[in-house]
Design a protein around this ligand. Sequence first.
Ligand code: HEC
Length: 156
Amino acid sequence: MTTRWSLIASCGSIALALAGCEQAPPTPFQPVATTKQVMAEVLEPAADTYWDAVGSTSDKDGFHEHAPKNDEEWKAVIASATVIAESGNLLMMTPRALNQGEWMSLARGMVEAGVQARAAAQAHDVQKVFDAGAAVYESCTKCHAKYVIAAASPAK
Ligand code: HEC
């Protein structure tokens, strides 16, 4: 008697489990921004901070190199790289992920570029920050070339 009841009970839960499998599993996070908003409000400002951190300008007096001058300024560059890296994860989340294949690897490419960018800034290495900035830029344009129909490439 006991075994028969437990058999019925377990069949019931199998049926429930199967029904549950038809729906996407619930996730604890709540996406707030659209992809476009992540780009404009999260990624673009962070990328601009990173790209502007080191470089050179020229005027009538010649070339002027610039780089962060103190820990406070380096901190801002490190933080911008953190935002770039973590934004790749935001793009991999439902509903922003456009597919489970190429989109994911392009977003992961940006995470990796961001991690490199962060390490370069933590090392206060001006040349590495310059190079990492180029790698970050490449990770943006690779995805835009594939997924942005309208010409929406980063400002710099
Ligand atoms: C995995 C793909 C992907 C990566 C990586 C990516 N983007 Fe985008 N980006 C998009 C898509 C898709 C859009 C178009 C969104 C829309 O219009 O709905 C877009 C649009 C934009 C826009 C236009 C936003 C607007 O208001 O119209 C900017 C600016 C932008 N991206 C900046 C960046 C920067 C800077 C990076 C790199 C640091 C980057 N993106 C990396 C997919 C990506």
